[in-house]
Design a binder for this molecule. Structure first.
Ligand code: SF4
Ligand code: ZN
Length: 329
């Protein structure tokens, strides 16, 4: 197999592009795809201060690596989720990446800052781990960006992630979620920071190839809580279709963005945003979803520990300062 550009020996074939590339030409192609996505969606400018959500996986590290190589002002935010060895490994991998490049990294430890990690949170609120975890990640990224005066939040979601989310939203006709699904959500209110996904046009396989060919050391194991997740089921279904008909994932998501989403966005009802009574972040109700969830978690945890001690609970403890965001996502 020959490289479509230099005719040398190809390292990777991209059937959906009817192309194959050698290592240097593939890396150049990857950068061009990301650059094009940033410009098409007007994600940010060279003078923006970017906070990148970095988990330690191939996507977020590839994104951070790209932004640093291109000279953007890109700081990473890593959230230690407290999910056993998976979280410890994710944290050390992210720290190592930052140290090797002298790149700025902020770490938020969920258990230290909010009182419990994802497993305890999930147990306390009796919901699947991904529910509290996802809400916490979105909230903390926005809150830290706002508090530290970043102008953009960037996340490493790739085309497979976006196509799987779209499939889930379509299968359940989640009209609100469909209207808001976008690789570039504007800062439509002072405390809601612009949120962008520069890797939305490249597939998971293409990002993995970028990470491997660039020698980026990333966490390969998946979070143990992702086993059986619906998003994985949708990804598998899309992979099967893609194998028979290369380019389907991209067409599915890009046609939605170009033709369907604008119509849905226009039809969406306006909702008023106000400051959360507890944390001051933007919300549609009086208390944002993040604060409500943590209040409930601490109340339940308090009740459980008092029950274990054989006493009756009156009111559970609530952390003093609960920061927050409740951007509808
Ligand atoms: Fe969090 Fe679920 Fe992702 Fe694990 S799989 S990191 S619990 S959202
Ligand atoms: Zn709040």
């Amino acid at each position: 197999m020959r490289c479509s550009k230099c005719k040398g020996r190809a390292s990777i074939e991209l059937r959906r592009h009817h192309a194959a590339y050698c290592k240097p030409d593939y890396l150049e192609f990857f950068d061009q795809q990301v650059e094009r996505a940033i410009h098409k969606q007007r994600m940010f400018q060279p003078n923006d201060r970017i906070l990148v959500g970095v988990s330690g996986g191939k996507d977020s590290l590839s994104l951070w690596d790209y932004l640093l190589r291109m000279g953007y002002d890109a700081t990473a935010l890593h959230i230690h989720l407290g999910i056993g060895e998976y979280s410890n490994h994710s944290h050390t991998t992210t720290v190592k990446f930052a140290q090797e490049r002298g790149a700025p990294l902020i770490t938020v430890d969920l258990a230290e800052q909010y009182g419990m990690g994802v497993p305890e949170l999930s147990q306390a609120i009796r919901r699947v781990p991904c529910s509290g975890c996802g809400l916490s990640k979105r909230y903390i990224l926005n809150k830290e960006a706002y508090d530290r005066e970043f102008t953009v939040v960037a996340m490493g979601h790739n085309l497979d992630d976006e196509a799987a989310t779209l499939m889930g939203n379509v299968l359940h006709w989640e009209m609100g979620a469909l209207a808001r699904q976008s690789p570039a959500l504007p800062a439509n209110r002072e405390k809601l920071i612009r949120r962008v996904k520069p890797l939305y046009t490249v597939t998971e396989r293409e990002v993995a190839a970028n990470a491997i060919l660039r020698g980026i050391e990333y966490v390969q194991e998946e979070c143990p809580n992702s086993v059986g997740a619906r998003s994985i089921m949708y990804k598998n279904a899309l992979d099967q279709i893609e194998a028979q008909s290369p380019g389907t994932k991209h067409a599915f998501f890009s046609i939605f963005l170009d033709r369907i989403r604008p119509v849905m966005e226009g039809a969406q009802e306006d909702f008023e945003l106000r400051d959360c009574d507890i944390c001051g972040q933007a919300t549609t109700g009086s208390v944002c979803a993040f604060c409500r969830m943590w209040q409930q978690a601490h109340r339940k945890a308090g009740e459980n520990s008092q029950r274990a001690q054989g006493t009756r609970t009156v009111q559970g403890p609530v952390p003093d300062a609960l920061p927050t965001e409740d951007r509808p996502v």
